[in-house]
Write a protein that binds this ligand. Structure first.
Ligand SMILES: Nc1nc2c(ncn2[C@@H]2O[C@H](COP(=O)(O)OP(=O)(O)O)[C@@H](O)[C@H]2O)c(=O)[nH]1
Ligand SMILES: [Mg+2]
Length: 378
């Protein structure tokens, strides 16, 4: 059984490439896109160029209709890649066409096989078109409830009226490498070299595979030869304070040489000073430490639901949130005779079992049905 880390679409591939550059064990990577330049240029060990016979490796030019056709054509390859897969991480931009479609199809197929699945996704930049913003929302809603979804808003690009392109690129690269560090933590947990460090935490419970949506995720990091864990510099910064104010989830990852000398308590106490009282804090630790420096990574975000939830009675702040009830897993993507994929929502109308709890309706349209199908019906 193997772990799979899929960069879907150009943005997802960029992050996976950054992870390959920083990781000491970059196994299981796959670059998947319709553009040959992204796939060929990737460092991933496995590459899947979607439907080159349809678009000649030029990609789908942002067309979701075309992306669905391309992904449908590669149904077999996507199935293949889930064989012997023990855990799956997909990294993608939600507002694109290819990456978002691959993420939707692959995650549905994975949960159908009961493969623990995590998606790291970026919502669109504020300047992207309304159509793309809506498409990103639709993808977010279409991802299966059994998968964990972490949403990382893209960084603010520039305050200047005419931006310095080099600075924008540096900013994006920094954002992608910060995310890549969390891909490495995910990979470490999947391989069993990163374990929960909370007192009493169970070794096998991965903080990434508890189903749910964590939105507005911000990441912070600090690494030094000798890092004072009780006072990492970013705690004092305004960026951290702003992110922490709205947070109710915090993952703290630590990589340190030597034995535990009370850092857990110290770090936990320090973080709780900055985070709202309701915050659930999970400490993670790498057991095979890279000894040269101490590294602290923080991810703060907010739990959200895909569907409106009934109001619950106040729960005890100190106790962890209850695990969401598992929804029975049922097949969700079905090849039609001509080899096209049928999204779950549509398949369920035909009496097939996988059905979301509610259709995603927007302006009278069912967004669970891909645009090309909606159009062809009207
Ligand atoms: N192209 C691009 N998009 C990014 C990047 N970082 C985040 N994104 C977001 O990812 C989305 C998808 O872009 P892209 O991956 O090129 O599309 P795809 O290849 O069709 O999936 C964009 O709409 C942005 O919102 C980046 O570095 N490059
Ligand atoms: Mg692309």
């Amino acid at each position: 059984m193997s772990v799979r880390i899929v960069g879907a679409g150009a943005a997802g591939i960029n992050v996976v490439d950054e992870w390959i550059l920083l990781s000491d064990c970059p196994t299981g990577s796959l670059a998947c896109d319709g553009e040959a330049s992204s796939v060929d240029g990737s460092l991933a060990s496995q590459k899947l160029l979607l439907a080159p016979d349809i678009t000649g490796g030029l990609g789908c030019f942002g067309s979701r209709d075309l992306a669905w056709r391309m992904v449908g054509q590669e149904n077999q390859q996507l199935e293949e890649l889930l064989k012997d897969c023990s855990r799956l991480l997909i990294v993608t931009g939600l507002a694109g066409a290819t990456g978002a479609t691959v993420a939707e199809v692959l995650s549905l197929k994975a949960v159908e096989r009961e493969i623990p699945t995590t998606v790291f996704a970026f919502p669109p930049f504020p300047f992207e078109t309304e159509e793309r913003q809506e498409a990103a929302e639709a993808t977010r809603d279409a991802l299966p409830a059994e998968a964990s979804l972490f949403l990382f808003p893209p960084p603010p690009l520039s305050e200047e009226p005419i931006p310095d392109v080099a600075a924008v690129r540096r900013g994006l690269r920094a954002f992608q490498s910060a995310l890549a560090q969390w891909v490495d933590v995910w990979s470490g947990m999947a391989r069993g070299v990163v374990l929960p460090a909370n007192p009493g935490a169970e070794a096998e419970s991965s903080r990434f595979t508890v189903a749910g949506v964590i939105e507005d995720c911000h990441v912070f990091s600090e690494a030094r030869a000798r890092l004072d864990l009780s006072l990492p510099g970013f705690l004092e910064g305004s960026g951290f304070r702003q992110a922490a104010e709205k947070a109710d989830r915090c993952l703290a990852y630590i990589e340190a040489g030597g034995e535990d000398s009370g850092w857990k308590e110290e770090l936990g106490e320090r973080l709780r000073e900055f985070l709202p009282k309701r915050t659930r804090l999970d400490l993670l630790r790498r057991t095979e430490a890279r000894p040269t420096e101490t590294r602290l990574l923080l991810l703060v975000g907010r739990a959200a639901s895909r569907h409106p939830t009934p109001v619950c009675p106040e729960r005890d702040e100190e106790r962890p949130a209850p695990e969401p009830a598992r929804i029975p897993l049922r097949p969700c993507v079905f090849p039609e005779p001509e080899g096209r994929l049928v999204p779950a929502s549509q398949a369920s109308q035909d009496g097939t079992p996988f059905a979301k709890t509610a259709a995603t309706l927007h302006k009278g349209q069912n967004l669970d049905i891909p645009a090309f199908r909606r159009r062809s019906r009207s």
